[in-house]
Design a binder for this molecule. Structure first.
Ligand SMILES: NC(=O)c1ccc[n+]([C@@H]2O[C@H](COP(=O)([O-])OP(=O)(O)OC[C@H]3O[C@@H](n4cnc5c(N)ncnc54)[C@H](O)[C@@H]3O)[C@@H](O)[C@H]2O)c1
Length: 275
């Protein structure tokens, strides 16, 4: 067995100790693609970096599959908006919830179904965040090319057929969203539906249906793909990291609108994010 050099983790200390290692002291555990020994009852950490590799303790069940903890800075979330809303978004310092937009009597271009928007403002609540209405949150999806974009592009919400060409994806990460210090929630389905369960425990991100979220063909898993990350009230512009556009013309227009702004997210064409 290969013994890794570097910082002395509990496993390395055990391997180096003069005490013979028996099955009652340690278990063989996979570290990614490597096998190693780990003391029972210790939280498992990476031998080289000493970072946690899984949340639980090594137990007596023997070899267990080790899943690295989710890197929240590499877990992107996406908000789609029509290009015509970008000046308003910049003027108010970021995205506003539908409830706040209604209060400010904004003239933003709505792209979603208005009856669904109403339900989110008056019917569906987020129990883990003071029972506030879903419409009081800025919504994000965990994927680009959402079912909502498909519906909007088909002309089913009152916008012209093919209107995706002027819709942009504003991209951030869960780490950035949580770092804003606002209340937030994870919805495991479309948050404007009776199917959604809400949580404000980041551990429950692993319980989302990631194969549905990442599915290219989603007819059979539409609701799970429409899972949402919700940020209360306001999502500050400085936390938007990048903007994905339909084509070169849309990217050029975004760059024009961002001209003179202090915070400049990366702008790129992302054809694969569209239908
Ligand atoms: N847009 C998304 O990425 C997204 C993600 C998850 C769920 N949903 C849900 O889908 C439905 C439609 O979503 P929607 O949010 O696009 O709402 P919407 O169709 O009612 O449109 C409102 C628009 O206003 C924009 N906006 C936000 N802050 C603004 C500001 N300060 N100035 C000007 N415009 C601003 C939003 O980006 C959005 O495009 C809603 O029910 C929504 O909750 C949307």
């Amino acid at each position: 067995m290969r013994v890794h050099k570097g910082r002395i983790s509990p496993a390395a200390a055990l391997l180096r100790s003069s005490k013979p290692i028996g099955v009652s002291d340690a278990r063989l555990v996979y570290y990614g693609d490597r096998l190693g020994l780990w003391p029972l009852g210790e939280a498992q950490r990476d031998l080289m970096t000493d970072r946690p590799r899984c949340q639980g303790l090594v137990d007596t069940k023997g070899v267990r599959e080790v899943k690295p903890p989710r890197d929240l800075s590499k877990t992107p979330i996406y908000h789609i908006a029509d290009l015509t809303n970008l000046p308003g978004i910049l003027q108010s310092g970021g995205l506003l919830s539908d409830a706040l937009l209604a209060k400010t009597k904004s003239t933003s271009t709505n792209i979603g179904h208005s009856h669904i928007k109403d339900r989110r403002m008056t019917q569906y609540r987020v129990p883990c965040v003071g029972n506030r209405f879903v419409g009081e949150f800025v919504p994000f999806y965990y994927c680009p090319r959402s079912p909502m974009l498909y519906t909007v592009n088909q002309g089913l919400t009152g916008r012209p057929v093919g209107c995706q060409s002027t819709i942009v994806h504003l991209v951030t990460s869960i780490a950035h969203a949580v770092g804003l210090g606002r209340h937030w929630a994870i919805a495991d389905n479309n948050a404007g539906s009776a199917l959604a369960d809400f949580s404000n425990d980041l551990g429950t991100l692993d319980d989302l249906d990631w194969s549905a979220i990442q599915a290219h063909y989603w007819r059979d898993c539409k609701m799970a793909k429409a899972a949402e990350f919700l940020v209360a009230d306001h999502f500050e512009w400085h936390a938007i990291q990048s903007i994905g556009c339909f084509d070169v013309a849309a990217a050029r227009r975004v760059r024009e609108l961002l001209h003179g702004q202090q915070h400049q997210p990366t702008v790129s064409v992302q054809q694969g994010w569209y239908y």
